[in-house]
Each structure stands twice: as structure tokens, then as C-alpha cells.
Write a protein that binds this ligand. Structure first.
Ligand code: FE
Ligand code: FE
Ligand code: ZN
Length: 285
């Protein structure tokens, strides 16, 4: 922990100009962490990693006391597909990404668990756990996170029970955790606006709060339980500013890194970070 208690917050950044450029962009908007796609989010191609650029970023993160950064897998991956080729592609991508992550050791890698596409939830859960058991390595320093989903279509991970079931089937248990997306859980039917304590108690009972490693902080364009997954700017959606103040200050969440994935460019993100930092209360000692 840092001496000076502060909100750890950043946003999703483009990796188009390289790794160090993302660190600089984060600094320029008052962030102390960020998220990025390991490769084109819709495709498969990943630029070869530039080890010097990755090392320069890594030094910059340490010098500026950044919180853990978060890589996001392409969201088109589906390790729960009924098609063996689609599953094989997901496995190969995750394995390759995890190798790349070792250029910036000790960070986190988030992925959408997948969609069972009609095979049934239990089969989906089994295939996702299998994908992790085939790609996680005892020697890796990266923590892999399953993202909470909105429960759109046949998505796996819209219920805490589904995430818990995946985690229970993963052999290298200390390599995996959960990233809670506020828009997704709200759209999934968890009332973080009126009963944040209750939702987090439920998460603790079913998954365990020790598994929670990161928060995607997004407002939602749709009402609770809509299963839609459309992000909105902080304070402009159905979750609202007051709920976000409670979320960032909640004892179970306040020390975690928060990542904005709101529809913004850098100036909009800078403003959201500034506003959320204003809402962060120092803990009374
Ligand atoms: Fe995501
Ligand atoms: Fe997210
Ligand atoms: Zn989303």
C-alpha cells in the first residue's frame, strides 16, 4: 500500500502508439493505472511486442507508483464455443497473450468467459475451466480475471454462481480472480444502486471477496436486469453519480484498481477521473 491513500483509477487506452505511450497518456489525465487490448479487440493479429518499449513502460509504472495495469483479451474469443476450431483459437490467443504479459510481470489479464451457444451453462462452464487449465502456467506472474457479464444471450458469467463454478474447476487457483464490471452486474440484475452491501455480501458468499481484483467502472444506458451491456458515461446512466461515490468508497472495493470503459476520449476520461477522485473520502483512522 502507498503511504498516501488514493483512489487507484484509470481508463481504457489505445495501444496503437505502443506501451510507454499508454503510460504517458495515463499520467496526462491523472490516472495511476490503465487498461488496454492485447491486440485488435475484434481480430486475431497482434503486433510483435517491442521488449524495450514494454520495459520502458514497466519502469515508468514503478517510478510513478502505478497500481496494477489490466490487459483485456479480444472480446470475440469464445473458449465455450461448440466449434473446436473457435475453442482452439481462443486457447492459442490466451496462451500467446499470457506470454506477452511476462514482459510486464505481475500485472492482470481480463477476459469475457464466453458464450455456451446453446450447449447449456454447465458445458460452457466446463469448457471455460478447461481452457484455463490448458493455458495457465505455474510460473506465470500474471493474474487472469474472469469478467462479470450482463447475461446477454448465452453468456457465461452473468451470475456469480457461474463464475464460482468456473473458479472451482481451475487447477492453478491462485492465478485466477474476478473483475467486477458495474454496468454488467447492474444489467445482470444485481442492484448495486440500492443494495451495494447486499450485492457484495452475495459475491463474498458465492465467489469470495478475496477473488475480486479489479473493477470496471461504467454507468449503464439501460435499467437494472436489462441484460443489455451498453456502457454510459459516469453519472449519465441508470446507475448514477451517488451510487458511484458509494462504490469507490466501499470498504470491500476502495483499495482495488478501477478502470473506466465509458464512451469517452481522453478529455472526458480526465474529467471523470477528476470527479471520482473528488468523491473519494480518506478513511478515518
Ligand atoms: Fe470487458
Ligand atoms: Fe468491462
Ligand atoms: Zn461491457
Amino acid at each position: 500500500m502507498e503511504q498516501n491513500e488514493q483512489l487507484h483509477i484509470g481508463c481504457h487506452l489505445s495501444s496503437a502508439k505502443g506501451y510507454l505511450a499508454m503510460g504517458k497518456a495515463a499520467l496526462s489525465i491523472g490516472a495511476d493505472t490503465f487498461q488496454f487490448f492485447t491486440r485488435n479487440p475484434r481480430g486475431s493479429r497482434a503486433k510483435a511486442i517491442d521488449p524495450e518499449d514494454a520495459q520502458a513502460l514497466f519502469r515508468m509504472l514503478k517510478e510513478n507508483h502505478f497500481a496494477t495495469i489490466l490487459a483485456h483479451a479480444p472480446y470475440t474469443l469464445n473458449p465455450a464455443s461448440e466449434n473446436p476450431k473457435v475453442r482452439a483459437f481462443a486457447l492459442a490467443t490466451i496462451a500467446d497473450d499470457l506470454q506477452r504479459m511476462e514482459y510486464t510481470p505481475g500485472q492482470m489479464y481480463n477476459f469475457h468467459p464466453g458464450s455456451h451457444v446453446g450447449q447449456g451453462m454447465q458445458t460452457g462452464i466446463r469448457l471455460i475451466a478447461e481452457a484455463l487449465n490448458r493455458t495457465l502456467r505455474a510460473e506465470q506472474t500474471t493474474t487472469v480475471l474472469l469478467e462479470t457479464m450482463a447475461g446477454k444471450g448465452s453468456e457465461v458469467g452473468g451470475r456469480f454462481e457461474e463464475l464460482a463454478a468456473i473458479l472451482s474447476q481451475v487447477e492453478l487457483s491462485d492465478k485466477v480472480g474476478v473483475c467486477l464490471d458495474t454496468c454488467h452486474v447492474y444489467d445482470g440484475g444485481y442492484d448495486i444502486v440500492h443494495d451495494l452491501d447486499g450485492v457484495l455480501a452475495e459475491f463474498d458468499r458465492i465467489v469470495g471477496l478475496s477473488r475480486l481484483k479489479a473493477v470496471h467502472i461504467n454507468d449503464s444506458k439501460n435499467p437494472m436486469g436489462s441484460h443489455k451491456d451498453r456502457h454510459e458515461k459516469i453519472g449519465q446512466g441508470s446507475i448514477g453519480t451517488e451510487a458511484f461515490a458509494r462504490i469507490i468508497n466501499h470498504p470491500a472495493l476502495r483499495e482495488l484498481p478501477f478502470y473506466l470503459e465509458t464512451p469517452n476520449e481522453l478529455p472526458g476520461y480526465a474529467e471523470e477521473i477528476r470527479l471520482l477522485r473528488q468523491q473519494y473520502r480518506l478513511r478515518k483512522h
